[in-house]
Design a protein around this ligand. Structure first.
Ligand SMILES: [Zn+2]
Length: 197
């Protein structure tokens, strides 16, 4: 059901995210668009650093498993939402890094004048970019409903759920990882900057 290329790419990125300390315990979820009717996503409750291709399952755009025996990640609807709203999105990565978790509990996060902002397509470093922080909610359908109009208004470089973790996306699994890496770098810099202030 899930093409081997999609599954293999997500398994590899899970290892890389684990190597960076971004997916402690069974935290995080990883997905890639298969086609107009299916999305490949990590199943619920598995360690993202020790994924096998059997841990990647297919869901439809409503987050329903295409194989009855498998249970997708609890946050599947947040992935589906990004694919539905933004056709260029080919992959979505979510992790629980220390920097994203801590900074998001301190209020809004704005990145100013960082060279690496150019990784998101900006032509210059001379700007302020706000990373939206949304309140955490265990009711994922309700959280998705809250986020949707905000995402539609102005697609951000990613977003953070307060005290929880970061969502990043890109045109492919590799591109999503680049953007996640840039976002995590910004979050780490911001955490250090506030520490030495
Ligand atoms: Zn999470």
């Amino acid at each position: 059901m899930v093409p081997a290329g999609h599954a293999g790419a997500l398994v590899e990125i899970g290892r890389r995210m684990d190597g960076r300390g971004w997916v402690p315990g069974s935290a995080g979820n990883l997905s890639a668009r298969i086609d107009d009717s299916a999305i490949a996503i990590t199943r619920s409750g598995v360690h993202k650093g020790r994924l096998t291709e059997a841990d990647i399952m297919a869901v439809d755009y409503d987050g329903q498993a295409l194989s009855a025996a498998q249970k997708p990640s609890a946050e599947t609807l947040l992935h589906c939402q990004l694919y539905r709203l933004f056709p260029p999105v080919g992959a979505v990565l979510h992790g629980h890094s220390v920097a994203a978790t801590v900074l998001s509990m301190q209020g809004p996060i704005t990145f100013s004048n960082y060279e690496i902002l150019k990784a998101f397509g900006f032509a210059t470093h001379e700007l302020d970019v706000t990373l939206p922080v949304y309140e955490n909610d265990q009711d994922i359908a309700r959280l998705a409903g809250f986020i949707e109009p905000l995402l539609k208004r102005e697609p951000p470089i990613g977003y953070v759920i307060a005290g929880h973790g970061v969502y990043a996306w890109g045109s492919s699994v590799v591109h999503a990882y680049w953007r996640l890496e840039a976002l995590e770098f910004l979050l780490s810099c911001e955490l250090e900057r506030r520490r030495i202030k």
